[in-house]
Design a binder for this molecule. Structure first.
Ligand code: ZN
Length: 107
């Protein structure tokens, strides 16, 4: 599962992969069909981040919203997939076998 994840995001730096894995291990919760809660790390502003699945873009790739991106945009550092979203994608990959409804959210 980690291998699949790393190969999907081969274009991302190793630090992004590692941080996503660390967040995934800290705990991701599915709070409703398209909403996930990711725990914040000690040095972060928020103790939890709610990541929401927003449908697909014109290339058929899933779009997610994370509240940390609002803040980043102000500094021109908006990224398509932050590591909160990375952790949610790991969660989705780990659960999709038992819950096929997650499949639409796999990039
Ligand atoms: Zn985020």
């Amino acid at each position: 599962m980690i291998k699949i994840f790393a190969s999907k995001f081969a274009y991302k730096p190793d630090s992004w992969i590692e941080r996503s894995i660390k967040r995934f291990r800290l705990g991701v919760e599915r709070v409703s069909k398209y909403k996930f809660r990711v725990r914040g790390m000690k040095n972060e502003r928020c103790s939890r981040y709610t990541v929401v699945f927003m449908g697909h873009d014109e290339n058929g790739l899933p779009k997610f919203f994370c509240p940390c991106q609002l803040r980043r945009k102000k500094y021109g550092k908006a990224e398509r997939y932050c590591t909160h979203i990375g952790a949610v994608i790991l969660y989705i990959l780990s659960k999709v076998k038992e819950d096929p409804s997650l499949e639409v959210m796999i990039p």
